[in-house]
Design a binder for this molecule. Structure first.
Ligand code: FE2
Ligand code: FE2
Length: 233
């Protein structure tokens, strides 16, 4: 996979993998790109071009992660991107995956006990991920934004380290789910629904791993630096 630069055509990023579409949407880019370059599209949409490229390149190259560069962007940009990602998971991705599972269930004839267990597993996962996201939206991000804006730790004694400790590996359960399907689903399922489900799950897993990486390796160290500066003020 290549690293995209400012002079690349925005359309070439899209054609490199359509999985990148939700990422560029979150960053404020929509289709109808003509022959415009990355810089042209970003500038006409008020998007920080360097931030756009850092996020896109990180997503399309699993071994590319410009930690220092990402940590140099304003924390509000990172938080905004993370919040838009949460909205995408809650309002679209989780619903779509559940819909595909429901389609598989309603098409499966007979007992389908394992498929029902897989469905339960997903429902529990959905609750867990939704709780994780609510915690970040309701406690962590407000804490971070207040810290940046007012240079205050509110609530007192709270630290991003608490967040880091509580950041469970929600992505690992998705690979468990993929494995459950591949190994144990009864052979009475609808091929097309099942294939669609696994492809959707795989894409979601890549997205969520990338998201967790930005939280753990970018947001947390960024906030730790601000906290430490405040401690020494
Ligand atoms: Fe998150
Ligand atoms: Fe998280």
């Amino acid at each position: 996979m290549r690293i995209f630069v400012t002079t690349d055509k925005m359309a070439s990023i899209v054609h490199s993998s359509y999985n990148v579409l939700p990422i560029i949407n979150r960053l404020g880019v929509r289709l109808g790109l003509k022959d415009k370059t990355v810089t042209e599209v970003c500038e006409s949409n008020g998007i920080n071009t360097s931030f756009f490229l850092a996020i896109v390149n990180t997503y399309v190259n699993s071994d590319y992660f410009p930690e220092e560069e990402l940590q140099s962007f304003p924390p509000v940009l990172i938080v905004d991107y993370l919040q838009k990602t949460h909205q995408y998971y809650i309002n679209y991705e989780l619903l779509k995956i559940e819909e595909l599972l429901n389609k598989m269930l309603s098409d499966c004839e007979g007992e389908c006990g394992n498929l029902k267990l897989i469905h339960d597993f997903f429902r529990k996962y959905k609750v867990e991920l939704t709780n994780h996201i609510s915690e970040e939206e309701n406690r962590v991000f407000p804490y971070v934004l207040n810290l940046i804006e007012n240079k205050q730790r509110e609530p007192k004694g709270y630290s991003i380290l608490k967040f880091e400790k509580e950041h469970s590996n929600v992505d690992e359960k998705l690979s468990d789910l993929r494995n459950l399907i591949v190994k144990y689903v009864e052979p009475k399922y609808n091929d097309n629904f099942c294939n669609e489900f696994l492809i959707a799950l795989d894409r979601f897993e890549t997205d969520i791993k990338d998201h967790a990486r930005i939280e753990d390796k970018i947001l947390v160290p960024m906030v730790l630096k601000i906290e430490s500066a405040l401690n020494h003020a």
